[in-house]
Design a protein around this ligand. Structure first.
Ligand code: AQP
Length: 345
């Protein structure tokens, strides 16, 4: 659809990404998204990170107390993982009304056929799509608004969100073309590292997900050492020993997943890891993975628990972030309205 369209060099590099507070954070969210958000922040580029609470209600309506807790817990997860709210802008989506306002414009730019092709829509709506919410169908247009409201040039995401970022590019290109402007950037998805698709511990063909009904399928960022060890011990594997090169994992999705997780946690390549552990049985490798996961995750979950003791402070951080976000978003929305011809007095 947007093949051949180049990112305009006129836009200042800016990173935007978000996570839905639709459950507790998983190791997949951490390795595929948050850890990379922190790396981007430390590259000196402007970074904006969002708790996308308006997306969270597209699939399920939560008990209000649960949504509030999950929103604060996600903010705590960002901060405990190293996101500095002074360096990055950190806020929740519903506090910046411009997201929904630009989302409406993009509902009018995006085509039904584009949305119907989204694999996440097909997966989440399933066979009962007539009963799915309109919000779930329109989710990618709101996500495009989240990104383009800040003229973001880069979006670090896991593999599963690539199609939505491509749709964002299509929406930007169509808007620019229809109005004869070069107003919205053609944003790049940034999908890097060993863990862009962390798989379920129970099924190597399924993504690890916060909303998977089986808690054994995922490692939650709030799991304690015993829970992490038990989940890794019970993780599905095959009977063979580990190979000494990545090629040997090609037909072994469960083994590949555990090695990828290990590599991402210790920040080595899969080949480096296999050079050390090749030839070992899972009975030996799984305890090594558990120890590493506990060593990396325990400081984060302890810090999350400490931050959650003072929810008012989390709310204040989100409020300050929302003010900073709005200062960028409001003029961009105003210019969008001007381009469209909506009179603003
Ligand atoms: N398993 C994963 N491996 C790598 N990256 C992942 N992400 C999610 N799961 C994995 C990345 O985390 C970011 C936030 O995702 P999201 O919460 O907005 O929605 P999602 O992709 O639908 O994540 P979940 O955990 O599967 O949530 P539910 O169950 O509510 O749908 C994204 O960058 C995503 O790629």
């Amino acid at each position: 659809m947007t093949e051949g369209v180049q990112t305009s060099p006129a836009f200042t590099p800016r990173v935007f990404s978000g996570i839905q507070p639709s459950g507790g954070l998983t190791l997949g969210n951490y390795l595929g998204a948050i850890k990379r958000f922190v790396d981007k922040q430390d590259e000196g580029i402007e970074t904006i990170y969002c708790v996308v609470d308006q997306h969270a209600i597209t699939a399920t309506l939560f008990d209000p107390a649960v949504l509030r807790r999950q929103t604060r817990e996600l903010a705590a997860g960002y901060i405990a993982s190293g996101l500095d709210p002074e360096k990055s802008i950190l806020f929740n989506q519903s506090q910046v009304a411009e997201h929904a306002q630009l989302g409406w414009i993009f509902n009018c730019i995006a085509r039904m056929g584009w949305m119907q092709r989204m694999t996440q829509w097909k997966d989440k709506a399933g066979k009962n799509s007539q009963n799915a919410s309109l919000g779930l169908f329109a989710y990618p247009a709101l996500m495009a608004a989240d990104i383009l409201l800040y003229h973001a040039t880069e979006v670090p995401v896991g593999e599963d969100q690539k199609q939505h970022v491509e749709l964002t590019r299509d929406i930007a290109a169509k808007f620019n073309h229809d109005y004869g402007v070069d107003f919205f950037p053609i944003t790049e998805p940034v999908i890097e590292g060993a863990a862009t698709r962390v798989m379920s511990l129970r099924d190597g063909s399924k993504k690890m997900s916060k909303s998977d009904p089986s808690d054994m399928s995922r490692i939650n960022m709030t799991d304690d050492a015993d829970a992490i060890a038990a989940k890794i011990r019970k993780a599905r594997t095959d009977p063979d020993a580990l190979p000494s090169e990545a090629k040997g994992l090609e037909e072994r999705p469960e083994a590949r997943n555990l090695v990828n997780i290990y590599a991402a946690l210790c920040e080595q390549s899969v080949d480096q890891v296999l050079a050390d552990v090749g030839g070992k049985q899972f009975s030996e490798f799984k305890p090594m993975l558990s120890d590493l996961a506990v060593a990396k995750l325990a400081p984060i979950s302890n810090e999350m628990a400490r931050l959650m003791e003072t929810p008012d402070e989390i709310d204040a951080i989100l409020g300050r972030g929302a003010d900073r976000a709005r200062a960028i978003a409001a003029p961009i929305l105003k210019q969008t309205y001007d381009i469209i011809g909506m009179v603003q007095s």
